[in-house]
Structures are given as C-alpha cells and as structure tokens.
Design a protein around this ligand. Structure first.
Ligand code: ARG
Length: 466
C-alpha cells in the first residue's frame, strides 16, 4: 500500500524494513484519538482560513463517518498501511477525494502521534483510577467487617503484635489511595496539547493552538515545539504509577498466598480465583495471586524498557520513540486486569476469623504489652523488657503462653505482677488499648474508616464528574 512519503524514493521498501517500521499492528489502538485530533485540526484550519471552510467541513464530515464506521464495526482498520495516521488519511481521501489531501496541512506525524498518545494516556489514567476506586470500595468493606477480627501483625514475617483485619487492610487502603492521587498528578502534568508543533519547529501557518488545545480538553498548548514532539515523560510517569500499583498488588498477593497456605489457613480463596493440579487431586492453588505477583515483573519491564529507549535519544523526534506504544499498552492491560482480579478475589475471599485470632493469641504477640504492664507498676521500660524476655524464654521451655502462667510462676520473674496482668495482656486489651491515631484499637480504627469512606465517596463523585 502507498506510503505517505513515496515521492523522494525510487526503490521499494525492503520487506524486513516494513516489518520493523510499520506500527499499524499496534497503533491502530489509537484510532479514536487520532481521528478526534484530526477533526479539531481540520476545524481550526478552516476557521483560520488556511483551507476553505467548505473543505474543512467536508474533511470533518468524512472523518466523523470514519469514526462512526470503525466504532460500529463497519470499517476494519487495514494493516496494509504503515500506521494508523496513514490509514485514516488514505480512507479519508478515498471517501471525499482531493479535499482529504488538505488535512495534513501544518501538521506532522510527529506532533500528531504526540497528541494521540497524550489523549490516550489521559483517558487511561482515568480508567485505572476507576478500577482502583472500585478496589478501594472492596478494601473498605473488609475493613468495616474486620474491626474486631484479631490477627497477628508481623515484622520480619515473625509475629509481632496483635492487630485487626481492619487495620491490616487499612494499610492497603492508604497505598491504593496514594496510587489514585499519583494518577491525578500525572494527568495534570500531561494535560497540554502538542498539536501545532509540526515536525519539530512549529509551522509557518497561522495555527490557533489555543483553540485546538481547548477543543480537545487540554489546559493549554505545550510551550516548546521540540519538547512537544520528543517528550514521552508522561508515558513513563504513568508506567511508574502502574509499577507502584503493581508493587502494592504484589505485596498483597504475597500475603494472600501466605494466608492461604495450609500452615496459616487465615483465608480461603474462592474457587473462581484458584486452580487445581493435574496430578495432585487435593490441591487448590492461589494462581491468581501468584500471577498478579508475577505480572508485576512484566510491568516493571515495560517501564524499564521505555526509560532505556528514551535515555539516548537526541532532540527532537526519532523513530525509537515508536517503541513507547507496545510497552505502554502492555503495562496498561496487565495492570488493569490485575486490579480487577484483586478486587474480585478480595470480594469473595473468606477470612477464618477464629484461626486468625488463635494465631494472634500465641507467639507472644502480647510481650510488649506485658512489658508496658510492668512500666505502669513503676518498672523502668528497659528492665521490664529484660524481665519479659526471660519470661518468654521460660514460656518457650514450658510450651506455654504468658496468659497460661500462674501468679506464682509470674512472681518468680517480678514481684510487680498482679492479677490484673491477665486482663492487661489479653488479646482484646492488647488491641483495644491502642487508640492513638492510626492504631488498630476500635476507636482509632472507626475514625480511620469514617475518613476513608468520606475520601472514597468524594473521589468517586469527582471522578464521575470528570
Ligand atoms: N508511528 C510513529 C510513532 O509512533 C509515528 C510518527 C512517525 N513520524 C515520522 N517522522 N516517521 O512514533
């Protein structure tokens, strides 16, 4: 199929050159952005008298027809063309004749593709936020039901202090909240329109860049035409945001995998989100969680690949930059399905509250509280720490918990132990007495949940209005 630039050439492009050069196989995904940008560009050309209003009108109508036909499944994007830009232009000329040849006045594919990518990434950041907000709703439901589901909190994957399910998931709520905010930051920074930058040095036509920017929903036109055609920071920023999302999803997946193990049995993953073994009939494996963890590496790879692609490119546009698309598409598709699956898996997962509470009861998760108890009786914390350390050693030898010890046994370690110790280091009081802001005690947690609910409602509303 004819290329847009045949005039200067006397020989055919080599087949291998076409294979490495043609991008339509993947950039056809930008058809909607490409056509929408062209419609506004044509209107602007007409409005500025660069082409006649009539020609602009016919171009617009032709492009709208193409848009509708692709959307309605009546026009298939042919992969015989070099890229989506060539396909749309050829189809326009096929439909409306010579006026179609005026569309590319004052424009280069360099600013055109920069526009397409900005529009696309802008739309996608919003879609990812949508999915994250849904996931946050599910996380918050777990928090609401989990304020008195006790579980061990870990450091070094060793039992540390008791927390609640609500508190544990509250941590993920915060992570995903920052992820949502990061996407807004990214969208705000990319919200400038590169069209009108030409190949690199603007054009001699009296383009109205403000009009184009406004019509396409951008805050303003970009400032420097060389930067405009060679900047892919916003793709990299979005992929960094996706990488952080994946990192959070991966940590949570890792926990689900541990909790689902036979040794822990804290959770039961729904059948719909697990798979079996072809040889071991008893197996129900947490494959979805493992795949989310695994796909994290893939999204990081996409980010790294684009960073590496960009690092040596002299100004302005170079064809290396065509590599932005597959990396971006892959990262977006991968992250989005992972967010959706995490949401679905958490929406159906069963928490074994009894097993979790029993686990929180042993492993000396109340040792800090026992030391704090002695502090309330006037023992300096460092001494109290040493006393409880020896007490724990004794318990390990006796295969007992602190609560199993008799007063007589306790007093061998410190004369300050009294009957009220049992209540002070019970699971309930270890959790409930932690009421500083951000702690797992019910009062603090209920406040955290209330604030989180408000944040979520506000953001769902804000998002719907955008
Ligand atoms: N397919 C190209 C890309 O994605 C479009 C821009 C082509 N520009 C050029 N001068 N060949 O980057």
């Amino acid at each position: 199929m004819a290329q847009l630039w045949g005039g200067r050439f006397t020989k055919q492009t080599d087949d291998l050159t076409r294979i490495i050069n043609d991008s339509i196989g993947f950039d056809k995904r930008l058809w909607e952005e490409d056509i929408s940008g062209s419609i506004v560009h044509a209107s602007m050309l007409g409005k500025q008298g660069i082409i006649s209003e009539e020609a602009a009108g016919r171009i617009k109508a032709g492009l709208e027809g193409i848009l509708d036909d692709i959307a309605g499944g009546r026009l298939e994007i042919s992969e015989d063309y070099e890229d989506i830009h060539s396909f749309v232009e050829a189809e326009l000329i096929r439909r409306i004749g010579d006026d179609g040849k005026k569309l590319h006045t004052g424009r280069s594919r360099n600013d055109q593709v920069a526009l397409d990518m900005r529009l696309f990434i802008k739309k996608e950041t919003s879609q990812t936020q949508d999915l994250l907000l849904q996931l946050e709703g599910t996380v918050l439901d777990i928090m609401e039901k989990g304020t008195d589901v006790f579980m061990p909190g870990f450091t070094h994957l060793q039992k540390a202090q008791p927390v609640t399910l609500a508190h544990h998931f509250g941590a993920y709520f915060e992570m995903f909240k920052r992820d949502v905010q990061r996407l807004s930051d990214c969208r705000e920074r990319l919200n400038y329109c590169p069209l009108g930058s030409g190949a690199l040095a603007g054009t001699t036509y009296p383009l109205d860049r403000d009009y184009v920017a406004r019509e396409l929903g951008f805050a303003a036109p970009t400032a420097n035409s060389m930067d405009s055609v060679s900047d892919r920071d916003y793709v990299i920023e979005y992929l960094s945001a996706l990488s952080l999302i994946m990192m959070h999803l991966s940590r949570l997946s890792e926990e689900v995998i541990i909790w689902n193990s036979n040794e822990y049995r804290f959770v039961e993953i729904d059948d719909a989100y697990s798979t079996g073994s072809s040889i071991m009939p008893q197996k129900k494996n947490p494959d979805v969680a493992e795949l989310i963890r695994g796909k994290t590496g893939r999204v990081y790879g996409d980010l790294l690949s684009l960073l590496t692609t960009m690092k040596g490119i002299p100004l302005a546009y170079d064809k290396d930059m065509q590599e932005d698309k597959e990396a971006a598409f892959d990262a977006i598709d991968t992250a989005n399905i992972c967010i959706r699956l995490m949401d679905a898996m958490l929406g159906t997962i069963k928490f074994n509250a009894d097993v979790m509470a029993a686990s929180a009861m042993n492993g000396f998760t109340n040792a800090t509280d026992a030391a704090d108890y002695l502090v309330t009786k006037g023992v300096p914390f460092r001494d109290a720490h040493a006393v409880i350390g020896s007490l724990v050693l004794y318990c390990i030898e006796q295969n007992k918990g602190i609560l199993d010890l008799t007063m007589e046994e306790l007093r061998r370690f410190s004369e300050f132990f009294d009957e009220d110790l049992y209540d002070a280091v019970s699971l309930e009081s270890c959790v409930e007495r932690r009421i500083t802001k951000g702690a797992p005690g019910r009062a603090a947690m209920e406040e955290e949940i209330r604030i989180s609910r408000e944040w979520l409602a506000e953001h769902i509303e804000k998002h719907a209005a955008e």
